[in-house]
Design a protein around this ligand. Structure first.
Ligand code: HEM
Length: 213
């Protein structure tokens, strides 16, 4: 097989799920930022206007949670952190300086990708729980108003954590690892790409022996 031969990285359902997550999350994020601060209110215009942004924010959030559960069904097993991932994290400097040969071979996802996944998954859960409290404020008795205040703070912290994760994710996918955007759009990577970034994953696909993961 040539180094450029195509290897399937994401099947059609995985790509659909990923881009549904991106669409629902991005709408939710921009409409949420518009509601968060007067300085960001201009974002409401991009989201279809202020009343629309307010109306669709919780619905797009609910959509994102449903897609996150779909993603969890497909990827949660592959996202489990292992002892090799912890070794990989210790050598993260080598990853940043492109000295990949110093890193333990990686399976389908590296430790950074896995951690991003769990930030989005648990973030979605926290955003849902706290968002429901804010969605139906009249359902909470006045004497429990502290619950509402706590929900607001947790909602904002979870939103900031997921936005931080997403910024790194998009930066890595678009600018740092050439070929990965093609993977999530068209589904395939070259054999070279697979060997360089996810050696154990490729070896397993090719039926070759794999070192511990
Ligand atoms: C415009 C927004 C986004 C872009 C440009 C983008 C880009 C990418 C790319 C290029 C990959 C392939 C990485 C690889 O296989 O090496 C990927 C995978 C992935 N994306 Fe996104 N993504 C976006 C939004 C999201 C959102 C909102 C989520 C929320 C759950 C998400 C979750 C994932 C996960 C879990 C993977 C697989 C593991 C990983 O690469 O981190 N993505 N994305």
């Amino acid at each position: 097989m040539s180094a450029d031969a195509a290897v399937e990285r994401y099947n059609f359902a995985e790509r659909m799920c990923h881009w549904s997550a991106a669409a629902t999350y991005l709408y939710c994020m921009f409409s949420g930022l518009a509601l968060y601060s007067p300085y960001l209110f201009w974002m409401a215009a991009v989201m279809g206007g202020a009343p629309q942004a307010r109306y669709w924010h919780p619905w797009s959030g609910l959509g994102f949670v449903i897609v996150a559960l779909w993603m969890h069904r497909m990827w949660s097993r592959a996202m489990k952190l292992t002892a090799t991932d912890r070794k990989w994290m210790k050598e993260i400097k080598a990853y940043a300086t492109n000295e990949d040969e110093k890193l333990p071979p990686v399976g389908r996802f590296n430790a950074g990708q896995k951690q991003f996944y769990w930030v989005m998954y648990y973030g979605a859960g926290l955003l849902l729980l706290t968002g429901i409290v804010m969605w139906f404020p009249e359902a909470i008795p006045f004497r429990w108003r502290l619950v509402r205040s706590i929900a607001v703070v947790i909602h904002e912290c979870a939103a900031l954590a997921t936005i931080g994760g997403l910024i790194v994710h998009v930066y890595m996918g678009l600018f740092v690892v050439p070929g990965s955007l093609h993977a999530i759009v068209r589904g395939t990577v070259s054999r070279n790409w697979a060997m360089t970034h996810h050696r154990n994953w490729y070896r397993r696909l090719a039926g070759e022996p794999v070192s511990e993961e």
